[in-house]
Design a protein around this ligand. Structure first.
Ligand code: IMP
Length: 217
């Protein structure tokens, strides 16, 4: 017997639980067609909770719970990262920390490249990676919804100035350009026919929208 999953519909005003300007822009773009009014945790000067979870979903829930409780509104959080096969999936949930510790994303990627070279990951087939996005919706009464998706690709020489974070180093499978060379619409890559989007975040958002925004479109 198949399990009946009941999802809660999201409407009205929400808080986007992020202080990351690149993510905030993308999350607002994804919500925009659904008429959701969103203010961010950064704009409300909410403190950033410590991300102590050991999965993307756990960390997304930590962020969304903190914002939902602080402002008494439904909260929407993304926890994401770059997982490099040759490094056993690192930096993964530590993607932001690696960049912070290195000083910036170029330095973080230089460190990642050095580690990949040390593993002999020089050929494209050895340079595979994926981005993960875990999205969490948390309501002030404690109801929670989570969604996770990935996009697979290859680590390359940095190209492009668009996007944020590790975008210039990642070329998604089946595409010529890195995420850093794509404008955000191309990176989201949401087809009009409802088939799968391109970016990890847009793919996870498609799951969220089907479950929790269907009636609000
Ligand atoms: P966190 O989810 O706030 O812990 O941080 C995720 C880290 O991965 C940040 O350093 C982001 O810049 C990076 N990241 C997540 N998604 C993307 C993306 O779509 N493009 C580039 N970097 C990303």
């Amino acid at each position: 017997m198949s399990e009946q999953v009941s999802h809660r519909q999201l409407s009205g005003r929400i808080v986007i639980a992020t202080h990351n300007a690149g993510k905030l822009r993308e999350m607002r773009e994804l919500l925009q067609p659904f008429g959701i009014e969103a203010v961010s945790a950064g704009e409300l000067s909410l403190p950033e909770p410590e991300e102590t979870g050991d999965t993307f979903i756990a960390n997304a829930l930590i962020k969304a719970r903190a914002s939902a409780m602080a402002v008494n509104l439904p909260a929407f959080a993304d926890d994401s990262g770059l997982c490099v096969d040759a490094l056993g999936g690192y930096p993964g949930i530590y993607s932001a920390r690696w960049a912070k510790d290195a000083g910036d994303f170029v330095k973080a990627m230089t460190n990642i490249e050095r580690l990949m070279q040390a593993k002999g990951a020089t050929e494209p087939a050895q340079r595979k990676a994926h981005f993960v996005s875990a999205l969490a919706l948390v309501w002030p009464d404690g109801h929670e919804e989570t969604f996770e998706e990935k996009v697979f690709g290859t680590i390359e020489e940095p190209r492009g100035q668009s996007g944020f974070g590790y975008d210039p180093f990642f070329r998604p499978e089946g595409h010529e350009r890195t995420f850093g060379e794509m404008d955000s619409q191309e990176k989201h890559g949401i087809p009009a026919d409802g088939s799968q989007a391109l970016s990890h975040r847009a793919r996870a958002f498609q799951l969220l929208a089907r479950a929790c925004l269907r009636n609000d479109a």
